[in-house]
Design a protein. Structure first.
Length: 269
């Protein structure tokens, strides 16, 4: 067993979808979360900028003496995973393979949709992962760049007319394509899933990249003998690069417990 915490990072609130599932599956583990809220969104930025931010995020977590790192950001994984994995001696998990595997296993009609940030979709990482698993799959990939700012601004209700209008525009082609499975290829998107579901209707399975990855991480940490034995309750600490209050309010609502005292603002370099 290894008592060090598991590190998780994202550009902002999205990685909380991964933390929530990880804490549910491994309640005894300590987790250190970094949300780079001061610089979100990453997905509309250049490759070089994303790589620079990702290195700073990862270094921050490694300095907190973590035993494993989850890059809970599809954008970072799609452009910088191989680089980050090569730098550190701890296990580094990405959030693309597990949802791709789940989608390939779930689809009945062989038509899979992927939505993500501009950088993720541009990278083609999901298509490549899906085709590696099943080359006959038909895949449509659509960038939805305004979903992250909508989430970060709390515009996530199924009754939000601006969010609905944006989703209608982004998801039109997806509806015409007839996918029965949709990968939410950005960890922020499960937070706006009520809007997405309202637009695409029932009958399409939504695959949550953070939650699928958390399941894989939990299994792997146990299989490697690194898990903390049951009985104790893990501590989750949160670090953000912008206002503590804005993050705490949203995180407490989403996670169902008051995280206020556990959030600290930091500067990355
Ligand atoms: N949640 C992230 C992702 O999975 C990042 C979104 C962004 O900052 O653009 O892609």
């Amino acid at each position: 067993m290894d008592a060090r915490p598991i590190g998780v990072f994202d550009s902002g609130l999205g990685g909380l979808t991964t933390v929530k599932k990880l804490a549910e599956l491994l309640p005894e583990e300590d987790i250190v979360y970094l949300g780079d809220t001061g610089r979100t969104p990453y997905g509309s930025r250049s490759r070089d900028t994303i790589i620079k931010y990702a290195r700073q995020d990862a270094n921050f977590l490694v300095d907190r003496n973590i035993k494993a790192m989850v890059i809970a950001c599809n954008t970072v994984c799609s452009v910088a995973y191989t680089m980050l994995e090569g730098i550190f001696s701890i296990k580094v998990y990405e959030v693309i393979s597990a949802p791709a595997k789940e989608a390939a296993a779930y689809t009945k009609n062989g038509r899979v949709g992927v939505i993500g940030t501009a950088a993720t979709i541009r990278s083609g990482a999901y298509e490549a992962a899906l085709k590696r698993i099943a080359s006959e799959l038909l895949v449509i990939s659509l960038p939805c760049p305004l979903f992250v700012p909508l989430v970060e601004n709390g515009r996530i209700d199924a009754g939000d007319t601006a969010a609905l209008a944006i989703a209608e525009d982004y998801l039109k082609e997806l509806k015409e394509f007839g996918a029965d499975t949709l990968i939410l290829g950005c960890t922020h998107y499960p937070l706006i899933k009520d809007v997405i579901s309202k637009v695409i209707g029932g009958g399409v399975e939504l695959i949550d990249s953070g939650a699928e990855t958390a399941k894989l991480v939990a299994r792997d940490i146990q299989a490697r003998g690194m898990a903390v034995p049951g009985g104790s309750k893990g501590v989750i600490r949160y670090f953000v690069t912008d206002s503590v209050d804005a993050f705490s309010g949203f995180a407490s609502r989403f996670l169902g417990s008051d995280v206020g005292g556990m959030v600290e603002q930091v500067q990355l370099d």
